[in-house]
Design a protein. Structure first.
Length: 84
C-alpha cells in the first residue's frame, strides 16, 4: 500500500494548474428543420443565423451552457412526437 500512496503523491505533485478559458463563448446550433429556429429565438440573446441555425454569445461558459440547456429544452418541447 505505501507504494500506491507514494505513486499517488508523486502524480499529484506533477499536476500543472490549467487556467480556464476566458469568454466570451459563442455557440452555433444547427437543427434538422426550420421550426426549432423559431422556438429558440424566443430566448433572449439567441439570434437566427441561418434557415436552420441559431447562435448566441455569452461572457461565461456557465451562462452559455445554461442558455444551451434552455434552447435544447424549449426546442425539444416543441417537437411533434409523430413527425419529429
Amino acid at each position: 500500500m505505501p507504494m500506491i500512496e507514494e505513486a499517488a503523491k508523486n502524480s499529484i505533485a506533477k499536476i500543472i494548474p490549467v487556467e480556464p478559458p476566458q469568454g466570451p463563448f459563442t455557440y452555433r446550433i444547427q437543427f434538422d428543420s426550420t421550426q426549432p429556429v423559431i422556438a429558440a429565438c424566443h430566448i433572449p440573446g439567441v439570434k437566427k443565423t441561418g434557415d436552420r441555425e441559431v447562435s448566441f454569445t455569452l461572457p461565461t461558459m456557465e451562462e452559455a451552457f445554461r442558455c444551451f440547456g434552455a434552447v435544447s429544452t424549449l426546442v425539444a418541447a416543441g417537437i411533434e412526437p409523430r413527425f419529429g
